[in-house]
Design a protein around this ligand. Structure first.
Ligand code: IPM
Ligand code: MG
Length: 361
């Protein structure tokens, strides 16, 4: 067997450990099919790390991730840690932001595909969502999430707070290039989403993206304002191929887009930088309300494992095998509680993972 790939597993909090375990089992089965060895190392992040070590992300965890081929991430956060000071290292979310920034993962790929057997599950009419296949490329290490100043302070007239939206041309250019490269591998269309009628950062964003577009004459580039896009995403989602946008817009729009696919629990993501190292996580959060019950939908995490095989390990066949297995299990009618329709007995997290592993064989 070839040299084993090194995977760092960071289950995190809430349903994170449950869905990550499901994804790891499916990943193992898919890797086994193609004779690929995987070495796993696990570590605590988020609230779990706060409890054990007093910080959400330890420096050695970041170092460990830097030596890995890929990172499989669950979710972080929960009510237990909600009172932690904003922007402090004891906030679970700071682990995720620290990893994204610390590993230089500036491009977050969030594919939104509507599986044919999920059309009936969606809140939207079938003709609106059939054949939806778009890919949101979300900028991940800039904008309001990271720019300074970012603080809360006291004024003579009470409290105030500030967040800063800052983007440099190189930050915009590298994510735009990634979007156009991806468009070439797909249907050759990029829609860049901004708020150029109001924001200075968006005007720069639009100018830089337009400049990159000139280098890709084979790719069609359009621009749309974020409010209009939020509406068009529900009105005619089939019209979009690649959607590239800044950090916060991408965060919001992909939760919205998950409703096309049927549920938040369905969507995977890949966070990539300049090389092949990537962090793979479902777009959903830690869902404390259902944590530990074994009922969470593991499909977002499992499809993230497929993205890991595709983007970090260059195993396209194994990635597609997982995607086909998920599709087959959904076609057979298996549903977790979040995607079950009237009267249907829902399957648990483990049962869903078992079925997908079986479908792989
Ligand atoms: C996401 C999440 C994170 C984000 C949170 C947990 C910090 O919502 O990955 O979409 O806002 O990026
Ligand atoms: Mg989000």
């Amino acid at each position: 067997m070839a040299l084993a790939a090194r995977i760092v597993v960071l289950p995190g909090d809430g349903i994170g450990p449950e869905v990550t375990e499901a994804a790891r089992r499916v990943l193992d089965a898919a890797a086994g099919r193609v004779g690929l060895g995987l070495d796993y190392v696990s570590d605590l992040v988020g609230g779990a790390a706060v409890d054990a070590y007093g910080v959400a992300l330890r420096p050695q965890t970041l170092r460990l991730c830097k030596t890995a081929d890929a990172i499989l991430f669950g979710a972080v956060g929960g009510p237990k840690w909600d009172d932690a000071a904003p922007n402090s290292t004891v906030r679970p979310g700071s682990a995720l932001l620290g990893l994204r920034k610390g590993l230089g993962l500036f491009a977050n790929l969030r594919p939104v595909r509507v599986d044919p057997s999920m059309v009936a599950v969606s809140a939207l009419r079938p003709e609106r969502i059939q054949d939806v296949d778009l890919l949101v490329v979300r900028e991940l290490t800039g904008g309001l999430y990271f720019s300074r100043p970012k603080r809360r302070y006291v004024t003579p007239r009470g409290e105030a707070a500030v967040d800063t939206m800052r983007y440099s041309a190189p930050e915009i250019e590298r994510v735009a290039v990634r979007a156009f490269e991806l468009a070439r591998m797909r249907r050759g269309r990029v829609c860049s989403v901004d708020k150029a009628n109001v924001l200075e950062t968006s005007r720069l964003w639009r100018a830089v993206v337009s400049g990159v577009a000139l280098r890709y004459p084979d790719v069609t580039c359009t621009h749309m304002l974020v409010d209009a896009f939020a509406m068009e995403l529900l009105r005619r989602p089939q019209a979009f191929d690649i959607v590239v946008t800044e950090n916060l817009f991408g965060d919001i729009l992909t939760d919205e887009a998950s409703m096309l696919a049927g549920a938040l629990g369905m969507l995977p993501s890949a966070s990539l930088g300049a090389g092949t190292l990537g962090l793979y996580e479902p777009i959903h959060g830690s869902a404390p309300d259902i944590a530990g019950k074994g009922i969470a939908n593991p499909i977002g995490a499992i499809l993230s494992a497929a993205l890991l095989l595709r983007w970090s390990l260059n195993q396209e066949d194994a990635a597609q095998a997982i995607e086909r297995a998920v599709s087959r299990v959904l076609a057979a009618g298996l549903r977790t509680a979040d995607i079950a329709t009237d009267g249907q007995a829902p399957a648990g997290t483990a049962a869903m993972a078992d079925a997908i592993v079986d479908a792989l064989r």
